[in-house]
Design a protein around this ligand. Structure first.
Ligand code: GSH
Length: 229
């Protein structure tokens, strides 16, 4: 049984998609990050960076006490190891999946996050910041399109690399990225969207929260946090 500390954001969706794909039993513990619930002491003990997602595995494979993991990439690796699913067994394919998972975690996700921030949320429209991140987003979508050329999924077979990348990639409109000349990304997005587990994950999200997480009130909670007291 996995406790999933979750909110309805791209990094949160990664884990519900994985859990829906594999059928591992889980309970969602909503953490409304717009209302500051990520700063609760009990949650910080699990997720010291005050971010969702995080998990607690009540029955880790070593038979020991419950084990917590934060950072969506680490959670995906942990769950792939636990279930033996969605990580290729073949050495070369496995390292393809791991590389692309890290590409998402270190590049695609953070850059798109900054792009969206400066395009949508920054109180001032800063042309330099907007141009920098729009260009980077455009570049990263191009890299993804090249990788998907001749492959059904990012690492060949369906893997945690696809699960990590999809919730961010599907939001291309808000990134200002035109997919017209990204045929492989478009095809892959359609393939991902048609997966029943992906659909179930997003349906779950809609039952938890349909409003925007970032609004005028939550901006002061989410942005400009500084050192935690
Ligand atoms: N690299 C982290 C990023 C997690 C992250 O930024 N989560 C956001 C929601 S998508 C969050 O919880 N923000 C709350 C906050 O910053 O206070 C991961 O992939 O798990």
């Amino acid at each position: 049984m996995i406790d999933l500390y979750y909110w309805t954001t791209p990094n949160g969706h990664k884990i519900t998609i994985f859990l829906e794909e594999t059928g591992l039993e889980y309970t969602i513990k909503p953490v409304n990050i717009g209302e500051g619930q990520q700063f609760d002491k009990a949650f910080l003990a699990i997720s010291p960076n005050n971010t969702i997602p995080a998990i607690v595995d009540q029955r880790p494979d070593d038979g020991g006490k419950p084990l917590s993991v934060f950072e969506s990439g680490a959670i995906l690796e942990y769950l792939a190891e636990k279930t033996g699913q969605l990580m290729p067994a073949d050495l070369r394919q496995r390292w393809q999946a791991i590389q692309w998972l890290h590409w998402q975690m270190g590049g695609f996700g953070p850059m798109l996050g900054q792009n969206h921030h400066f395009r949508q949320y920054a109180p001032e429209k800063l042309p330099y910041a907007i141009e920098r991140y729009e260009k980077e987003a455009e570049r990263l979508y191009g890299v993804l399109d090249d990788q998907l050329k001749g492959r059904d999924y990012i690492a060949g077979d369906y893997s945690i690399a696809d699960i990590a990348t999809y919730p961010w990639a599907k939001l291309h409109d808000r990134q200002g990225v035109d997919t017209a000349d990204l045929p492989n990304v478009r095809r892959w997005l359609d393939t991902m969207a048609a997966r029943p587990a992906v659909q179930r994950a997003y349906e779950k999200a809609d039952r938890i929260n349909t409003g925007p997480t970032v609004n005028d009130k939550s901006k002061s909670v989410l942005f400009g946090q500084g050192r935690r007291k």
